[in-house]
Write a protein of this length. Structure first.
Length: 243
């Protein structure tokens, strides 16, 4: 939901790529919607990336739990609407010009869904439906949230990949690949032995982070901007609540 930050980070990545001539993948880890005020702008930017004729990178778009909540709401607004709205769905609705007043009943939830799908460009919905749950490349396994430790990567369920907060630890022993994920907002990106967390809670902290992998080298690229609502000091509790 932080469109300006996304464009700023993509600009930094593009500048960095100008010095390279090898094939580059840009892997986005999900949670493009909710929370921030610019979901529509974020999705439109990603749609444009997906159809670019000569990009400087190959984009891979993964699904986050917030995209799953949005799709669940579209499929069954009465069953899933209340949960989605409690987790930032109102911000997504507003970005498409659909405004929520009070706690909606079943009939109103259906109305909100209908208004959203009427206002949402078909390319946005197609993009959301096309998202994959994971991507593997070299020594790394990319997903939104994490894995079930002890289960082969090929057998991980989408539910775990989108929702878990468990990451492999040294005490678990050697792993198939290093897990690169988001989902767990942190003040500083985490570079651990068996997992790397790049979620710096953009809508709360005003910081959006990417991980650069080049051979055995690893580094972070971050951009900063205004937070969604005000410039108050962000506590550890608030970062945790950004989940």
């Amino acid at each position: 939901g932080m469109g300006e930050l996304l464009l700023s980070l993509l600009s930094e990545i593009d500048s960095d790529l100008r010095s390279h001539k090898f094939t580059t993948y840009l892997i986005l880890l999900g949670d493009y919607v909710d929370r921030g005020p610019e979901t529509r702008e974020v999705i439109e930017s990603l749609v444009q990336l997906s159809v670019a004729l000569n990009p400087s990178f190959i984009p891979i778009f993964l699904k986050g739990n917030h995209e799953q909540m949005l799709l669940d709401f579209i499929y069954d607004p009465v069953k899933h609407g209340e949960f989605w709205l409690k987790n930032g769905g109102d911000a997504t609705l507003s970005s498409y010009g659909v405004f929520l007043q009070g706690k909606p009943n079943s009939k109103q939830l259906t109305y909100l869904r209908d208004e959203l799908t009427n206002r949402m460009p078909s390319s946005h919905l197609e993009f959301l439906k096309s998202l994959r749950s994971h991507f593997s490349l070299g020594d790394y396994f990319f997903c939104h949230a994490g894995i079930r430790v002890g289960l082969p990567l090929a057998q991980q369920s989408d539910d775990v990949l989108l929702w878990t907060r468990i990451q492999p630890q040294p005490s678990d022993g050697a792993q198939e690949k290093i897990i690169v994920h988001g989902h767990e907002p942190v003040r500083e990106p985490v570079m651990a032995q068996f997992h790397i967390n790049v979620d710096t809670g953009a809508f709360v902290t005003g910081r959006l982070t990417a991980l650069k992998l080049q051979g055995a080298l690893r580094s972070f690229i971050s951009v900063r901007g205004k937070v969604n609502y005000d410039n108050r000091t962000i506590s550890k509790r608030q970062v945790q609540d950004a989940r």
